[in-house]
Design a protein around this ligand. Structure first.
Ligand code: NCD
Length: 362
């Protein structure tokens, strides 16, 4: 594996082979392993994280490797205005694989451009969170084996939730019936909607409230309101009021199928009632635990130490433009100097151009 930046780069067959590898890692997690002995993970966390950072660190320790990094960018030369490109040039002298979480969309893609070691995206603003998606799909696969034909509700803040943005592509790759359940103003962005339709031919329906569809679902994936990403022109109080109507509680889950799984990338705030924790269908803590074998598999692959390679070589055709073309304010190209103006073509019958970094239409 070279870099792992976004979930669309993986096919269903690759993900299925990857799940087998992750399952093998569960044994190494218990027994201990020297698979990545002598190797160093650089964990670069520019945004808050509990599960993602610590499960990556745990994964590296379980594989016999070492970890360095930071969880607060203000303790690094970022506070002295060092560019991301320069920081990456340094870090790849100190580590053999980099895991980066950043508050600019496309930062992991840019990091990969400058890095001489593999880069793994641990979440870039509201763009993607592909290692979370592998964890989510692995959780469903372990429970159900065959994801195809399942009906999965993806509920909550679908506009700013990066976990949801990568999840929908992952579900589409498995021919899952996707039910998007979002309050007004927090719907899935047009790029994701368009690509689900044009690139995946996905079966997508929409609902305004989980109560309208709960009986139909084989799994319900809940997302919190991403308060920290609400733009200034949105009325945060009004959005919070609307989002609070999306609380998933025991009364709602009582109406669900006896086999309907409840997932959440965590952290939860108040969208998921604690009374659900003891329900065997609530698998969100197991899901966060699954992040360890999934990230063990990703690190072993990135370091060329995995016993098998589920992934085919990747080729991304990006087109260079003379002047910047991305208009997104959260894109790395709007903040970092000298980012090359790159776009990519997406779609099948109809084609559109998107920013190579943040994936938004240009
Ligand atoms: C998610 C994230 O950071 O995007 N958390 C995680 O990594 N498990 C979801 C969230 O913060 O809402």
């Amino acid at each position: 594996m070279e870099n792992f930046i976004r979930i669309e780069d993986l096919t269903r067959a690759e993900m299925l082979r990857f799940f087998e590898l992750a399952r093998d890692m569960e044994i190494m997690r218990e027994m201990g392993s020297d698979l990545c002995k002598g190797r160093i993970l650089g964990a670069m966390f520019y945004e808050p994280s509990t599960r993602t950072r610590l499960s990556f660190e745990s994964a590296m320790f379980r594989l016999g490797g070492n970890v360095l990094g930071f969880a607060d960018p203000n303790s690094t030369s970022f506070a002295k205005k060092e560019t991301l490109a320069d920081t990456i040039h340094m870090l790849c002298n100190y580590a053999d694989v980099l895991v980066i979480r950043h508050f600019w969309a496309g930062a992991a893609r840019l990091a990969a451009l400058h890095s001489t070691v593999p880069v793994i995206n641990a979440g870039d603003n509201a763009n993607q969170h592909p290692t979370q998606t592998l964890t989510d799909l692995y959780t469903l696969w372990k429970a159900r084996e065959n994801l195809s034909g399942m009906t999965v509700g993806v509920c909550g803040d679908l506009r700013f939730g990066r976990a949801a943005h990568s999840l929908v592509y992952g579900l589409a790759a498995f021919d899952v019936n996707i039910v998007l359940i979002a309050p007004e103003g927090l719907e899935l962005p047009e790029e994701e909607m368009w690509r689900l339709d044009q690139q995946y031919g996905a079966k997508v329906s929409r609902a305004r409230h989980p109560g309208h569809v709960i009986e139909d679902l084989d799994a319900l994936y809940v997302n919190r309101l991403q308060k920290e990403r609400l733009p200034d022109d949105l009325d945060a109080e009004e959005i919070q009021r609307i989002a609070s109507q999306y609380r998933i509680d025991a009364a709602l889950i009582a109406r669900a199928k006896p086999t309907c799984l409840a997932l959440h990338p965590l952290p939860r705030v108040d969208e998921l009632a604690r009374e659900l924790d003891d329900d065997p269908r609530a698998v969100y803590f197991e899901q966060s635990s699954n992040g360890v074998p999934v990230r063990m598999a990703l690190l072993a692959l990135a370091l060329g130490r995995a016993p098998s390679n589920p992934f085919e070589p990747k080729k991304t055709e990006a087109q260079t433009h003379a002047a910047p073309v991305c208009r997104s304010k959260t894109c790395v190209s709007a903040h970092e100097p000298d980012v090359p103006a790159l776009t990519e073509t997406v779609g099948l019958a109809t084609l559109r151009r998107v920013c190579h970094f943040c994936g938004r239409f240009v």
